[in-house]
Ligand binder design. Structure first.
Ligand code: AMP
Length: 183
């Protein structure tokens, strides 16, 4: 690691918190102020890549849309492939999908069933884990495709929302660069 590499604690200072977005009571943790900062972006990818390397990643999977930003960069840093986990109707081939519950209604994630090999160690990368619904669905989807999905990495964890604990109960090792209290 280079001497000037920003620490996770310093990276936390680059996150912009926007109160009451997209609805009252939500503290939106905005990563755009982190990724436009050249050293902040480089250090975020570096720290995530070190965690993915330690996890023995064969491939990285990232969830649309902000998981693409970090996940693809981590894959390049490690010289491994990237698998996009997409919102419905985006992929041009026959997909497999998993529906999951949101606070109001449901959502769905889809992927190419041929994107991973049986037993391949695919590490999930996303910007933030809140309730864990998105990451749990991505885990389920990767496992459906035959991958081993037992590591998930996030820039930000909101531990009070319990998502990381939920993922751990599903047999996933969870790590994050920083945590924020509250919702
Ligand atoms: P969840 O499925 O509840 O873990 O939500 C995870 C997804 O929702 C992440 O990919 C985030 O992009 C987004 N998200 C949820 N809560 C927040 C928040 N407070 N600030 C920014 N993004 C959030």
């Amino acid at each position: 690691m280079s001497a000037e590499m920003m620490t996770p604690e310093a990276l936390k200072g680059l996150i912009r918190t926007v109160p009451d977005f997209p609805e009252p009571g939500i503290q939106f943790r905005d990563i755009t102020t982190l990724i436009r900062h050249s050293e902040g972006m480089a250090a975020s990818v570096h720290h995530l890549a070190e965690l993915a390397r330690a996890a023995g990643a064969h491939k990285i999977a990232g969830m649309e849309a902000r998981g693409f930003i970090f996940g693809a960069a981590v894959a390049v840093a490690l010289g491994i492939g990237f698998v996009p986990v997409r919102k419905p109707g985006k992929l041009p081939i026959k997909t497999i999908g998993v529906d999951y519950a949101l606070e109001y209604g449901t959502d769905r994630l889809e992927m190419d069933p041929g994107a991973v090999a049986a037993g391949e160690n695919v590490v999930i990368v996303d910007d933030l884990i809140a309730t864990g619904g998105t990451a749990a669905a991505a885990t389920q989807l990767l496992r459906l495709a035959g991958a081993t999905a037992k590591h998930a990495l996030f820039v930000i964890d909101l531990p009070d929302l319990g998502g990381a604990d939920k993922l751990r109960e599903a047999g996933v090792d969870v790590a994050s660069l920083m945590q924020f209290e509250g919702a």
